[in-house]
Design a protein around this ligand. Structure first.
Ligand code: ZN
Length: 300
């Protein structure tokens, strides 16, 4: 018998997922489109109130798009800060949920949430230093270092690293409002759509767009391997649903590293070193539940 009930919210740029439960096999969930902050948060609160009439929640975990203020000593802890997403700048998402439902709330980035889900139930089980990267409309990355979710000054912004931009091969200028041709500016779903004039789901699997995409992702992952030394790289998100993309990324990472990083994980078993999330699209929401469960533990 389960004696505690946890809530999770995966707050994404396009959809909100809310769940009550304890694991991927034991959860009740709903999802709806992300609209205004007031409406989206109100729907989430309604879901939790509706499903916890008999038993109150012990805690809620939020895995949210960002940037976020996750400094527990900051007066704006739990805020979404300077996001370019309409009307979501300076929204106190964690405090709103906390004050309406009167339960403790833990918050982290969507990618750290998904990383935690994968560490408990998926591809990062038994690992303490790994990366979780998502490649969709935007690009974000998080993970763990030595068993703790990646935080620091703020939290990593892996989507905004600079990578070489070969203007002859790719004359598209980039679309990041802050950096123009950073990783997200060149390799996000939005960048693909603007460069090729159609949404990535509509681009045939053998379109040259995917070779270029693989090159950019491989450059980024090679940089992360050299800086963080992850034991594994988990790469999810909508664009990775093209079955040819992951093998192309692996091949290009091997070429970039040129056998310099001397580990058989890379030189002999790269298919298990750069992998898709085992939990698929559930990683974020079950990670949010896990954040709630560990609210009093020092994992952050
Ligand atoms: Zn950027």
């Amino acid at each position: 018998m389960i004696d505690k009930v946890y809530g999770g919210i995966e707050a994404g740029g396009t959809k909100f997922v809310c769940a009550i439960g304890t694991s991927p096999d034991n959860l009740v969930k709903t999802q709806f489109a992300t609209t205004s902050p007031d409406e989206s948060i109100r729907k989430a609160i309604h879901f939790f109130k509706d499903h916890t009439r008999l038993k109150p929640l012990t805690a809620i975990g939020i895995a949210s798009f960002g940037p976020l203020d996750i400094d527990k000593n900051s007066p704006t802890y739990g805020y979404i800060t300077n996001t370019p997403k309409d009307s979501w700048s300076n929204v106190d998402i964690a405090q709103k949920i906390h004050s309406q439902l009167n339960v403790p709330v833990a918050i982290d980035t969507d990618v750290n949430g998904a990383a935690l889900g994968e560490q408990v139930w998926g591809e990062a089980q038994g690992l303490d230093t790994f990366i979780y990267l998502t490649v969709g409309t935007g690009i974000g990355g998080g993970g763990m270092i030595n068993g703790k979710l990646m935080h620091g000054l703020l939290h990593p912004e892996m989507g905004h690293i600079r990578i070489p931009h070969d203007w002859q091969k790719d004359p598209y200028k980039g679309c990041c409002p802050y950096h123009v041709d950073c990783l997200e500016g060149l390799a996000s779903g939005k960048a693909m759509e603007l460069r090729w004039g159609q949404s990535p789901e509509k681009l045939p699997f053998d379109h040259p767009a995917w070779e270029l995409e693989a090159s950019y992702l491989a450059l980024a992952i090679s940089n992360f391997i050299c800086t963080i030394s992850p034991q594994r790289n988990i790469v999810g998100g909508g664009l990775m649903k093209n079955p040819g993309l992951m093998p192309a990324v692996r091949r290009k990472v091997e070429l970039n590293l040129n056998r310099y990083v001397r580990s058989e994980a890379i030189t002999k078993d790269i298919d298990r070193y750069i992998v898709a999330p085992a939990l698929g699209d559930l990683a974020g929401i079950v990670g949010a539940l896990e954040l709630a469960k560990r609210i009093n533990q020092d994992i952050c």
